[in-house]
Design a protein around this ligand. Structure first.
Ligand code: F3S
Length: 413
């Protein structure tokens, strides 16, 4: 592939070993995908930020890079970690994870990463423009940045995102190119969508049909909120590895997507009505027992509005002593919640904030085994999808109001 003089210098080690290693990774990737050249990136979201995902080898690699004193060229935010840095003891996360996670996060910080530790970096300032080329990891964030912000990223893994942060480059292929941003499927939505769980169920059903291809959706309400669209994308990404969706009159590339669909014709047309939505709700609820051990709200990480809704639902109520209520969000959204008094309401009711982390990226599987936890209630299709495999918890899926009622009664009704 073509490299500029500066990129050649990077590859030949003139800018140090970390830059050289990073350029080798990116060139190898570019050659696999026939990229003709590199493109500059100034926004990276790092997927391998939890030691549960990075493992020992990934952590050592990041530390080795940091040990060369290299600094990131691109603005870089971090995905959730394995621990809440302030409350890991309270959450009874084993010490060993805390020790390893602190080392990993410090290594990223020393290279210039912002210790955001959230999967919703767009809510905390990593906000690329339409058409901007970026290198992002984390499936729900990738789907959001491509679809809602109209920026362009492939599905980056830990090493390639790190290499982009260090060099400020990514190979030009995949979703950076117009050709690969075209919709391939037409999804006609006639189901009435109101709660965020409807959007999650829709995404879950549609994702299984799309299987990684970009859909063009019609029938999405034009006043859909950012939280609803976030849930739609997270679910599409979980059940179908979808990295980009277009929605008529909603997403920034929708008009172009409509023209492409009209001109080239979709490979497949899918109708999605009330029956399909109902089926998705059923498929997402895999728990056999109505007894609830955990309720988790905040996958992807909660916005301040979602936390407000939790606080409103909980006011003057008490979490059942047999249930753990976990509220996942970033530290920056939590500090807004503190100011607004929502944190106090939630904590007085017995809820626990899980900042910087989430059940999938923390050692919840071990905690569930240790504490005999079996069922989880959630309003997140993504968490319901991953909970059995990643957390050993079997889900009930439903609206926030239903989740909070289960938190109080200890049963899913
Ligand atoms: Fe975020 Fe964890 Fe869910 S990374 S999208 S809260 S699985």
């Amino acid at each position: 592939m073509y490299l500029t003089r500066e990129e050649e210098d990077m590859l030949h080690g003139k800018m140090g070993p970390a830059v050289q290693k990073s350029m080798e990774i990116l060139v190898a990737l570019g050659e696999i995908y026939n990229a003709e050249r590199m493109i500059p990136v100034n926004s990276v979201h790092m997927p391998g930020s939890s030691v549960v995902v990075a493992g020992d080898a990934g952590t050592e690699f990041v530390e080795e890079m940091a040990g060369t004193n290299v600094t990131f060229k691109a603005r870089t935010t971090l995905n959730p970690a394995a621990i809440d840095f302030e409350r890991w003891k309270e959450l009874r996360i084993p010490d060993e994870y805390a020790k390893r996670q602190k080392k990993l996060s410090l290594a990223y910080k020393s290279m210039g990463a912002i210790l955001s530790h959230t999967c919703t970096p767009y809510l905390t300032g990593n906000l690329p423009r339409i058409g901007e080329h970026v290198s992002w990891g984390e499936s729900s964030a990738i789907c959001f940045v491509n679809s809602i912000q109209g920026a362009r990223t492939n599905r980056e893994g830990g090493p390639s995102a790190l290499a982009s942060a260090i060099t400020g480059r990514t190979p030009l292929y995949g979703l950076h190119l117009d050709e690969n941003r075209k919709p391939r499927l037409l999804v006609k939505v006639s189901a009435r969508l109101s709660s965020i769980t409807d959007y999650g169920a829709l995404g879950y059903y549609a994702g299984r049909v799309c299987k990684g291809e970009n859909p063009y959706l019609t029938g999405i309400p034009t006043d859909a909120s950012i939280d609803q669209l976030k849930m739609l994308g997270a679910a599409l990404a979980s059940s179908g590895s979808v990295a980009l969706y277009h929605a008529k009159d909603v997403t920034p590339e929708a008009r172009w997507a409509e023209e492409v669909t009209a001109k080239e014709g979709p490979k497949q047309t899918v109708e999605l009505g009330e029956a399909e939505l109902k089926k998705a709700y059923e498929d997402l609820s895999k728990a056999q027992s109505d007894e609830i051990d955990v309720v988790c709200i905040g996958c992807p990480h909660n916005s301040i509005y979602e936390i407000r809704d939790v606080a409103r639902n909980l006011k003057s109520r008490k979490v059942n002593t047999n249930v753990r209520l976990w509220i996942c969000t970033s530290c920056s959204v939590k500090s807004e919640s503190d100011r607004m008094g929502y944190t106090k309401v939630i904590e007085q009711a017995g809820g626990i904030f899980m900042c910087d982390t989430c059940p999938v990226l923390s050692p919840v599987k071990e905690i569930a085994k240790r504490d005999g936890l079996k069922t989880i209630g959630t309003n997140s299709a993504k968490l319901a999808h991953y909970a059995p495999g990643q957390c050993n918890l079997y889900p009930h899926y439903g609206m926030l109001e239903k989740c909070i009622s289960a938190t109080i009664s200890g049963r899913w009704n």
